[in-house]
Design a protein around this ligand. Sequence first.
Ligand SMILES: Nc1ncnc2c1ncn2[C@@H]1O[C@H](COP(=O)(O)OP(=O)(O)OP(=O)(O)O)[C@@H](O)[C@H]1O
Ligand SMILES: [Mg+2]
Length: 309
Amino acid sequence: MSTIIEIRDLIKVYRTSSTEVIALRGLDLSVEEGEIVAVMGPSGCGKTTMLNIVGGLDRPTAGRIIVDNMQIEKLSDKDLYDYRLYKIGFVFQFFNLMNSISAEENVELPMQLAGIRSSERKRRVAELLEMVGMSKRAKHKPVQMSGGEQQRVAIAVALANNPKVILADEPTGELDKKTGYEILELFRKLKEKYGKTLVIVTHDHRVSNIVDRTVFIEDGKIIGSLDGKETKDMFSKIEEKHLNELSKSVSDKLSDKLNEKSIKNEMGVKNEKSIKDGIRDENEDNGEKIEKEKKFRESVERSLKGGVE
Ligand SMILES: Nc1ncnc2c1ncn2[C@@H]1O[C@H](COP(=O)(O)OP(=O)(O)OP(=O)(O)O)[C@@H](O)[C@H]1O
Ligand SMILES: [Mg+2]
C-alpha cells in the first residue's frame, strides 16, 4: 500500500478584525490508499477544518498537504478547483444536493463541469445510481426522497468523476440508526469493491464496523489512534449498553486499554509492568506522559458520548 494523504504540521488560524481562533495547531496524519480512517474528537477540535483543507475547500495557514502526489497548499485557485472536481468526493451531513433538479441531474452535474460528453454521462449516471441502490429514484427531486435516499444520491454525486478519495463529514449525523448503518455499509463497499480511500469524521460508534483505524483529535492536534480491531472491541462494548448505562466501569475498562496502547505507542514505554506502575504512581517523573494520556482518554470518552444513542 502507498500513502495517498500526507498531512504535516498543519496549522489553521481563523482571523477576524477582533479575534483569532487557532483551529489546527500542528496536525500530522497519513492515510494509506484503500484505507478507511474515522476521525473523532470533541466539538470544535478542528475535524471539519482539517477535512475542508484536505478537500481543497479551505486554505491552510501553514503546513504541507500531499494528496495523490499533489501538494495542494501550493495549488492556484484554478488548480484547486480541478483538484476538487476530479480528485476528491465530498459527503456532508446535510446531503448537499441541488433541490431544484432530480437525482440523476445532481449526479450528472460534476460530469458536466468536467466536460464529459452526454452519452458517457448518461451511462455513468445510471451506473452510479445503481451502485448506491437509487436507480428507482432517478427522476425524484431531493424533497421527494428520504434522508437516507438523499445521502445515497449525494454519495453518487461524490463519485461522479471517479475520485480516489472520499471525505465525509458526519455523514450519518442526520440519519436514523438503520439508515446510518446502510450508509456505512455503502462506504465499506466503496473501499472493498472499488478501492476508494475514505476519511470519515463522525461521532457514530457504528463506524467501528468498517474502519481500519480511528484517529482522535483534540485542540487541533491528533492525540492518539486505535487500529480497526481495537476500535471494534472498544465500540462493541459500548453498543451493549444504553447511554444511561455507560457506566464508569465500562469507561474505565476502555481507558485501561487506551492507557496501555497509547502509552506504549506514543511514549515508547515497552514494558507492561512499567506502564501499570506509571499509571499507578502519578508522582513519578512520567507525570507528563500521564497527563497527555489522561487528555487522550477524556477526549475519547467525549467523542463516544457524543455518538451513543
Ligand atoms: N470560518 C471560521 N471563522 C472563525 N472560526 C472558525 C471558523 N470555522 C471554524 N472556526 C473555529 O475553529 C474551531 C474548529 O472548528 P471545526 O468546525 O473544525 O470543529 P469540529 O471539530 O468540526 O466541530 P464539530 O464536531 O462541532 O463539527 C472552532 O473553535 C471553531 O469555532
Ligand atoms: Mg465539524
